[in-house]
Design a protein around this ligand. Structure first.
Ligand code: AR6
Length: 179
């Protein structure tokens, strides 16, 4: 059974097996969570990202996909980079946001991670409305939770984001169904 927990705070301060990064397809850093992870995790993460670009993702990591690197100096074993969709008011891109959570969890499970911290992907610079982003996040993780992941921790930066996730979690229920 995988538990879903909520924390208000900075994802780079979490002690977990894997921290998910809301990256962009270049994998070479940016603002928001991405900037914070690279700043606090040190240059080893960028170096590993450059290797990923050179080996598997010459064109960049596609939106909705996920790939892992070292966590550098963070209190975690891996950073799992995923690229959320940019919000569009005219096109429904929610399948790509679902894919981010699903793919990041799959990578985490393949690595053997027991605890995984997620930010609210796409809800910052990429402009996804927080209420919808929270619903998609909670629902997808609840449906996709996979052995050996024991805890998925959503780390929300502010009170508003925390509130939206709490509401989404209350609507969905805190735990995955057995089996
Ligand atoms: N810990 C937890 N949550 C955070 C933190 C933090 N340290 N910092 C910001 N947030 P964003 P995106 C929240 O912009 O929308 C980058 O430039 C933030 O309040 O980090 O997927 C990448 O390189 C928001 O709710 O990611 C991409 O180019 C959420 O995390 C682009 O931004 C996600 O905000 C990705 O945009």
């Amino acid at each position: 059974m995988t538990a879903i927990t909520l924390v208000q705070g900075d994802i780079t301060r979490q002690q977990v097996d894997a921290i998910v990064n809301a990256a962009n397809s270049s994998l070479l850093g940016g603002g928001g969570v991405d900037g914070a992870i690279h700043r606090r995790g040190g240059p080893g993460i960028l170096e590993a990202c450059r290797e990923l670009r050179a080996s598997h993702y010459a064109e960049g990591l596609p939106t909705g996909r996920a790939a892992a690197t070292t966590a550098g100096e963070l209190d975690a074993r891996w950073v799992i980079h995923t690229v959320g969709p940019v919000w569009s008011g005219t096109e429904d891109r929610s399948a790509l946001l679902v894919s981010c959570y699903r793919e990041a969890l799959r990578v985490a499970a393949d690595l053997g991670a027991k605890t995984v911290a997620f930010p609210a992907i796409s809800t910052g610079i990429y402009g996804w409305p927080m209420d919808d982003g929270a619903r998609i996040a909670v629902r997808t993780v609840r449906e996709a939770v996979a052995d050996p992941v024991e805890e998925v921790r959503f780390v929300l930066f502010d009170h508003y984001a925390y509130g939206e996730f709490a509401e989404a979690l209350a609507a969905e229920g805190p735990e995955a169904p057995p089996g």
